[in-house]
Design a protein around this ligand. Structure first.
Ligand code: A2P
Length: 266
């Protein structure tokens, strides 16, 4: 990187280089970049990331997909037509410079939940991102018997990371045993045929979710939930869970569920 490029990066960011880009669909892509050794985070957190545009940082909140132990950072992004950041970010290629915020934050942390039986990670769209980091952190499995990734998307092609979850993780050298013993993947699609169809709110209300997964019905005394999706999804799930007796936890008080909105960037 040239000195000039480095000098122009504001102090709140690391300047990193893109190493890999993958386009899942015309609406969704992921990319990886180098990681400064000083960039520390806890699985489930997000940070501000973006590009220098006309000499200024143009950034939005993005959750890390990569686990804290991995050498590089990975993020998924939607592509918003005319979105100030994503209309540019979607064209990045290996070697480009990206800004990575130095201070990751967030509430989707295992420490914000009480120990329990099943940990349900419920998400829509790019809300999967923090959960991809969590399911690759061995600490996530310590306090729970089962960890369930319940990802709902409109189209099958939007089930990003499906192959990684079903094929790679069970064979992973360090995580394989934990994953095979505890991880349950419950993908669903709402707008085209798929073995499991329908919104998770409906599948909870009808009990179909439990038949599909073979797991016991949600119980606030034993189970824990993390939510990450659109505002409508989070609001509907919050009402549903609180109606069942779940209590929201935060960075000072652990409880039975936590939530964060999936960052739909523009
Ligand atoms: P649906 O296709 O029935 O709208 P989006 O791309 O709009 O964020 O949606 C991602 C996924 O989340 C879709 O499968 C969508 O279902 C589902 N979804 C959207 N809003 C809600 C909600 N309020 N409750 C449950 N699922 C939702």
């Amino acid at each position: 990187m040239s000195q000039t490029a480095l000098q122009s990066i504001p102090a709140a960011y690391f300047g990193e280089r893109v190493t890999w880009v993958h386009h899942w669909t015309d609406r969704l892509f992921s990319f990886r970049c180098t990681r400064d050794p000083a960039m520390r985070f806890v699985a489930g957190q997000f940070t501000m990331i973006g590009l220098m545009v006309e000499g200024k940082p143009l950034v939005r909140a993005y959750s890390m997909v990569s686990p804290p132990w991995e050498e590089e950072l990975e993020f998924p992004s939607i592509k918003v037509p005319n979105g100030p950041l994503t209309s540019r970010l979607q064209h990045i290629v290996a070697g480009d410079l990206v800004l990575i915020g130095r201070k990751p934050v967030g509430t989707l942390l295992v420490e914000n939940l009480l120990p329990g039986r099943n940990l349900w990670l419920m998400c829509t769209g790019t809300g999967l991102a923090p959960f991809m980091s969590l399911i690759r952190d061995p600490d996530t499995y310590e306090k729970f018997d089962r960890v369930i990734v319940a990802h709902t998307v409109r189209l099958v092609a939007e089930l990003a990371y499906r192959n990684l979850i079903t094929e790679e993780l069970p064979r992973h050298e360090l995580l394989g045993d934990l994953v095979r013993e505890k991880l349950v993947y419950a993908p669903a699609v709402t707008r085209e045929p798929f073995p499991i169809q329908g919104r998770i709110t409906e599948r909870i209300a009808t009990g179909r979710l439990y038949a599909e997964t073979g797991l016991a019905p949600l119980d606030p005394r034993q189970d824990r939930v993390m939510l990450c999706g659109s505002e409508a999804f989070n609001a509907d799930m919050k009402a549903l869970l609180e109606g069942m007796g779940f209590v929201e936890g935060n960075n000072s008080t652990p409880a039975s569920y936590v939530l964060e909105k999936a960052f739909v960037t523009k």
